[in-house]
Design a binder for this molecule. Structure first.
Ligand code: ADP
Ligand code: MG
Length: 259
């Protein structure tokens, strides 16, 4: 693919729930190496888009295409686990961690797909499996360091402050070694110091070469982080462009005032 080609393309995505078009034919092009904002009033279709991109919902119409070294690949119609294997990871609008597991164990769960051994290796704890597990623990520790949680690796998820839980979710998603990371309102409910930490980590993720789609309603976070922004309203894309321009777009101002 040429450098200007999008990493992810959505063509005329349609997601119908009965009579409601949560997505009414949305196009999206996400450039590689960018943080792409997806904003819009409540109920405009942002989470639905995430669910379509990750295979939770099979779109009623349209296409989702991910660029790759072996050429473009259609994602719509694939299962969530196949889409994750294709390199698309996500966090959810509500925290979804294994609460009784430590931070390290939560990331290790995300790494299990990297184990090559067969069932016998697992059952009998063969040297190969022990080697793999040691490597996985080292990698999990490195991921926790990356998201700033190295010091709390052995703390159970439920005992971490909320802001740290959100970072841990991002760490677990990074364990999938994604090319594209989708974050659904990661700053919701966070204090401003936590938002600053989160923003720095999202930037670090982008700088590490992982493309990010960010759903966020904190406008200052969107403006500070996003290279480009797409705006949804009632399932339609009403504006798109550099963050500063989109913020001044009269259609966008009106959509937010009307909500
Ligand atoms: P946002 O994330 O932008 O707040 P959503 O994507 O969650 O909005 O919702 C968009 C619209 O689709 C809303 O009207 C919502 O009620 C509806 N919707 C979302 N998921 C479903 C579903 N599984 N079944 C029926 N309606 C849904
Ligand atoms: Mg939502």
């Amino acid at each position: 693919a040429a450098p200007a080609d999008p990493l992810l393309r959505v063509d005329a995505a349609l997601m119908q729930f009965g009579g409601l078009k949560a997505l009414a034919g949305v196009d999206l092009a996400v450039r590689p190496g960018t943080i792409h904002g997806l904003i819009g009033p409540n109920g405009s279709g942002k989470s639905t888009m995430m669910n379509v991109l990750t295979g939770i919902y099979v779109p009623t119409g349209g296409a989702v295409t991910l660029a790759g070294s072996t050429g473009p690949r259609r994602l719509d119609g694939l299962t969530p686990s196949r889409i994750a294997k294709a390199g698309v990871a996500r966090t959810f609008q509500n925290v979804q961690l294994f609460r009784e597991m430590t931070a390290l164990e939560n990331v290790l769960v995300g790494l299990h797909h990297t184990f090559a051994g067969n069932l016998a290796d697992t059952i009998f704890g063969t040297p190969r499996r022990r080697r793999e597990e040691r490597a996985a623990r080292r990698r999990a520790a490195a991921i926790l360091d990356f998201v700033g949680l190295g010091a709390v690796a052995q703390v159970e998820a439920r005992n971490l402050p909320y802001g740290r839980q959100r970072l841990l979710e991002i760490g677990r998603a990074l364990a999938l070694d994604p090319v594209l990371l989708l974050l659904d309102e990661p700053a919701a409910g966070l204090t401003s110091p936590d938002i600053a930490d989160l923003s720095a980590i999202i930037r670090k993720i982008r700088d590490a070469g992982i493309t990010v789609i960010l759903i966020e309603h904190h406008m200052d976070v969107v403006m500070g982080l996003c290279d480009r922004v797409s705006v949804l309203d009632f399932g339609h894309k009403i504006a798109e462009g550099p963050a500063r321009e989109v913020q001044r777009d009269p259609k966008v101002v009106e959509a937010y005032l009307g909500s």
